[in-house]
Design a protein around this ligand. Structure first.
Ligand SMILES: Nc1ncnc2c1ncn2[C@@H]1O[C@H](COP(=O)(O)OP(=O)(O)O)[C@@H](O)[C@H]1O
Ligand SMILES: [Mg+2]
Length: 374
């Protein structure tokens, strides 16, 4: 756990110092990722660098696992905190192996142990040790260098990691890959992470909690879903942008928004019966199921018309469905692409367990749906 208490940094002397960080208090539980987010110059890096004492606070305190680290030896502190910077900062004259082992070497680990650790870490991110251990940084692509930068910070297995725009220098496609890879790693490693970003999408994807800064002040500290649903002031609202409801969709699972007692019909059901069931629930469509409960398609109220006959001749045989764990961004995208007023959600066996409609989604967004599991 890390706790910042009234943390403040003034640069410069005299009557008009630059107030880079202004009375910031926040707490990050163990194993969570906190993203410091905000426009350039708002104090993110300064906040982060005070945590490992590369910058001395003007006032305020920092507790790591209950211990006030504003009092401890800064060099010893830095060896227990992982640090990844945007410029990567690998030592050009050291091999990948020696770069990864920098902190273990400083800590006096036995060579066999640190070298085994370097192998293990490279494997963790899919870089074959035999190919990469002896290379120099200039013999790696940007994405590979970035991975090694992250591994170097992880080498001594620090409980706390500081990451300053760690993926900022990578092109958008590789950035998504390395973010996913990092989240996968984090699910196992459960580090406590302070992560600086100026990219809202990255923050929403990576964060358990987001801390939004403006001019050195902490404006809002909330889960991504909470933040997107309830920005606390007009600055935060404009920072989040006009599409913040769309950004929330990726945080909510389909099963949190689906209707469980949706209107079910079979191909043999009469259109009169289907119309009556849809009208009774005031639903825009019914899901057509086979004998085994798997979706065959959708019958809209329009297609059910006013005449006789059965569902089989009227429904759209388009078995588009999503697994119940799919995030709403993907589900809504399918509804828009296929012009579906209702979308079946299925379990692991492909059986329909619910139906999404625009109304059920809006209701969930309003009711502040639970976040998608990561
Ligand atoms: N060493 C310094 N001396 C004077 N001002 C600084 C120094 N470092 C940062 N600042 C100022 O403090 C503010 C916050 O900077 P920084 O924490 O780097 O912002 P961010 O990381 O959010 O872009 C900025 O106005 C910056 O110009
Ligand atoms: Mg910065």
């Amino acid at each position: 756990m890390i706790r910042l208490e009234n943390l403040t940094k003034h640069f410069g002397e005299g009557a008009n110092p630059v107030v880079a960080v202004d009375d910031v208090t926040l707490e990050v539980p163990s194993g969570e990722i906190c993203v410091l987010l905000g426009p350039s110059g708002c104090g993110k890096t300064t906040t982060m660098r005070m945590i490992n004492r590369l910058i001395e606070p003007t006032s305020g305190r920092i507790f790591i696992d209950g211990k006030d680290v504003t009092k401890v030896d800064p060099i010893a502190l830095r060896r227990t905190v992982g640090y990844v910077i945007q410029q990567i900062g690998l030592f050009p004259h050291k091999t990948v192996e020696d770069n990864i082992c920098v902190v273990p070497d400083l800590l006096g680990w036995e060579r066999a142990r640190s070298r085994a650790r370097a192998r293990e870490l490279l494997e963790l991110v899919g870089l074959q040790p035999d190919l990469f251990l002896k290379r120099y940084p200039k013999e790696l692509s940007g994405g590979q260098q970035q991975r090694v930068g992250v591994l170097r910070a992880l080498a001594a297995d620090p409980p706390l990691m500081l990451m300053d725009e760690p993926f900022g220098a990578i092109d958008p496609i590789n950035r998504e890959v390395i973010q996913d890879e990092f989240l996968k790693m984090q699910r196992e490693l459960r580090k406590t992470i302070i992560f600086v970003s100026h990219d809202l999408d990255e923050a929403v994807k990576m964060a358990d909690k987001i801390a939004i800064f403006r001019g050195g002040r902490l404006e809002q500290f909330a889960t991504p879903n909470d933040l997107l649903a309830n920005p606390c002031n007009t600055f935060v609202e404009s920072f989040l942008g006009g599409d913040r409801a769309l950004k929330r969709l990726r945080l909510i699972r389909s099963d949190a928004a689906m209707v469980r007692d949706f209107v079910r019909v079979a191909p043999e059901t009469t259109l009169g019966e289907a119309r009556a069931r849809m009208a009774a629930r005031d639903e825009p469509a019914a899901i057509v199921l086979d004998d085994g409960g798997k979706p065959l398609g959708v019958l809209t109220r329009d297609a059910a018309g006013t005449g006789d006959g059965t569902v089989s001749g009227a429904f759209r045989p388009d078995p588009v469905a999503v697994p119940a764990a799919t995030d709403l961004r993907i589900a809504v995208s399918l509804m828009l692409t296929h012009d579906l007023p209702a979308l079946a959600c299925v379990d692991g066996e492909g059986k329909a367990v619910g139906s999404l409609t625009y109304r059920s989604i809006v209701t969930t967004l309003r009711a502040h749906g639970p976040e998608a599991g990561r």
